[in-house]
Design a protein around this ligand. Sequence first.
Ligand code: FMN
Length: 431
Amino acid sequence: MQNSHPSKDIKGGVGSVLEGKKICLCVTGSVAIIQSVYVVRELMRLGAEVYVVMSHAAQELVQPALFEWASGNPVVTKLTGKIEHVALAGKTENNCDVILVCPSTANTISKITAGIDDTPVTTIVTTAFGSEIPIVIVPAMHSSMYNHPILKDNIKKLKNYGVKFLGPRIEENKAKIAHVNEIVNQIVAIVKKSKIKDDLRGLKILVAAGPTREYLDGVRYITNPSSGKMGVAIAREAILRGADKVTIIYGKGSASPPAYENVKIVNVVSAEDLVNNITNELKNEKYDAFICAAAIADYMPAKVVDSKIPSRQEELNIQLVPTPRCVESARETDSNIFICAFKAEFNVSENDLIEKAYSRISGPKAIANMIVANDVGKQKRGFEDETNEVYIIDREKNVKHIPLEMKDEIANEILDQVVQKLKQKNKDDIW
Ligand SMILES: Cc1cc2nc3c(=O)[nH]c(=O)nc-3n(C[C@H](O)[C@H](O)[C@H](O)COP(=O)(O)O)c2cc1C
């Protein structure tokens, strides 16, 4: 546990969310190992101490010196009398907060499933199971390897034992490892929790996130500054809490949607596009809940000019018409789904915020079952911020106030309410 290595001068340079946390990064014999170096560095920039463990096959691909440079810590290449597996993953005072196998070969996944531990990596994972340290596996391999039915079964089995799988991204006929920033985001989400809830198992969740673009002509559009962070956080937390499937209908946001295998990402541009995709999803698959966190434009140009409107005209009048209604269309398509809507206001009193939001879910025209209200006019509660303050309101006008918090925590609070309502529904069978 040295602190003096010059490579550690980047620690905490980007943030402190992982300060005091120890990540054990296990690398195996996949060419995606080159990405792991960036994972180490990004985790360190958020304050983490990273300890790298290499399988023998990984050492055939790169030298341990690369990871010693990257992490500033000695690399475990074999188990010795120091019982490195117990030090890092045992029930010890200084053990790691999470075991991240990235990249993981097909071989390592299947060995872990069979309970075999004959490499430094598999022994670390075996030990972590016994000490209940969260295990995250990021697979990488050719799709022909990934499509092996036994491997698929093994992944399913490990998921049932609580192992989190991140990715893969299927690209160029390969099951590539998830993007570095996505891996880092997931590790942050896991490390921040002492225990991950598993209460969305068996459920399918549809999420709308990000802004929409309403084109005036070929090059110009109306939009808003939504980053998609809130909806992406909800999708990520839903997967971490065991949801069977999460589909994100995603406008042009800047946040990276989670790269888990059971996440379907549908990229959309306009409000019309978004609404059409939501109704298609609801027609084709039975979802348990729809959470509409997208910042959908309320108006769109009545007609889109199929070229570029000439510049520098004296005046330009554009007629705007309302966009298709998202929550209404979802309800028309599925009368039984639980719908959580969002309502953003700008610089209003707390009372006005709650009343305006509640009016959307009360009375005979009520469509959504729950609504999340926030004031984007207040500092640190805006579209692009990492934080938010919300009021979660149900049809009985129960109001749960979540003071200023990181968006992933807000996402968890929203999901707590969704789970509670879904449980009630199973009991009573009506909303
Ligand atoms: C250049 C090279 C690239 C490889 N890439 C992968 C890969 O991406 N995924 C995989 O599952 N196996 C890959 N393999 C095969 C594994 O290295 C092999 O199955 C090995 O036994 C894995 O051992 P380990 O899981 O202990 O690291 C690759 C092998 C070589 C030589």
